[in-house]
Design a protein around this ligand. Structure first.
Ligand code: UFG
Length: 329
């Protein structure tokens, strides 16, 4: 039996494909390559360039392979863009989930692991954030992920699909040997942006606000290495294989790092001075987002391994300096 990885050519998807293959899993990948990269997926893996919203294509994949479970990474995931183009997010993310689940029901596939996001919580009522805390998204991206979770709950109940929803906090890093990594056309994430400075693609890092109510004034986030995230997906799949009930898990380290602390770690990891300027706050950024992720540790047995910020950034640096133009290098 095989695992269908939708969005397997993207950043987190491609690391998960590699991780699953190394652990002997049989994998099939589907990706529309709008933001994914064909070369991020090994040639030996069955690959379909298709969109989850294409019911015919989905049915054909389920007919061609004995699929036992789906790992669903496909989504538009830029917070700012989602405010500008909300319908794009509801169409791609929410409608995409609908078509995927319709096809799973037709094919009789009953296990689903889903990439959710800390964005479902919005401005947190308390930190660290627990899974049962209020979900009040502050942008269409977070709203779309919450709608996808709710769809899984209702459809799962009716059609016997069990799911695990993984609410990621901040994902960073790359495969340690530099073979695959993060490559977004319009980069917005902190770690790759910091590393553009030593790559000479950017003169300095702009810290978006240093007047937050945090010890050094810059925003605090909870960073997880992409390989530890991949591990959580495999653990979630095994949980479902062992009969586990549908469940939601936060995935974070439980430790918060400020933007300025990330900069210090990046200077140490690259051995380079990284000039910085303080800019205005970015609209919609909460001061502090840190996960309570004991549930994932207790129920799934998840234990993040790469937890030093310097190591996480060093792995990203290994990728970026060997691929300064990403997959186009
Ligand atoms: N930051 C800067 N300068 C930059 C880029 C980012 O100071 O040039 C700061 C941001 O203000 C923020 C921190 O670095 O405080 C991290 O920003 P990212 O854009 O890397 O990540 P976010 O925390 O904004 O976003 C993450 C995920 C989203 C998810 C969101 C949930 O990437 O998918 O958390 O709120 F929606």
């Amino acid at each position: 039996m095989a695992v269908l990885i939708c969005g397997g050519a993207g950043y987190i998807g491609s690391h998960s494909v590699k991780y699953f293959l190394e652990r002997g899993e049989d994998v099939v990948v589907l990706d529309n390559l709008l933001t994914g990269h064909r070369s991020a997926v090994p040639e030996s893996v069955p690959f379909y360039e298709a969109d989850v919203r294409d019911a015919r294509a989905m049915d054909a994949v389920f007919a061609a392979h004995p699929i036992e479970a789906v790992i669903h990474f496909c989504a538009c995931s830029l917070v700012g863009e989602s405010v500008e183009e909300p319908l794009k997010y509801f169409n791609n993310n929410v409608y995409g989930m609908q078509v995927l689940m319709e096809s799973m029901v037709r094919a009789g596939v009953t296990r689903l692991v889903f990439s959710s996001s800390a964005a479902v919580y919005g401005e947190p009522e308390r930190v660290p954030i627990r899974e049962e805390d209020e979900t009040v998204p502050t942008n269409p991206y977070g709203e779309s992920k919450l709608m996808m979770e709710r769809m899984m709950r209702w459809v799962g109940q009716r059609h016997g699909i069990r799911y695990v929803s993984l609410r990621y906090f901040n994902v960073a890093g790359a495969w340690e040997d530099g073979s695959i990594g993060e490559d977004h056309r319009n980069e917005t994430h902190l770690v790759p942006i910091i590393l553009q400075v030593p790559l000479k693609q950017r003169s300095h890092l702009t810290v978006f606000g240093d007047d937050y109510p945090t010890p050094d004034g810059s925003c605090i986030r909870d960073y997880v290495h992409v390989k530890d995230l991949a591990d959580a997906h495999l653990l979630a799949l095994n949980y479902l294989r062992n009969g586990g009930e549908s469940e939601i898990f936060n995935l974070g380290s439980g430790e918060g790092y400020s933007v300025k602390e990330m900069l210090t770690a990046a200077r140490a990891a690259t051995g380079q001075d990284i000039p910085v300027r303080i800019g205005p706050r970015r609209v919609g950024d909460p001061a502090r987002l840190v996960a309570e992720s004991q549930r994932a540790r207790r129920v799934l047995g998840w234990m993040p391994r790469i937890t030093r910020m310097e190591d996480i950034i060093a792995s990203a640096w290994n990728w970026h300096r060997s691929h300064p133009e990403g997959y186009g290098s």
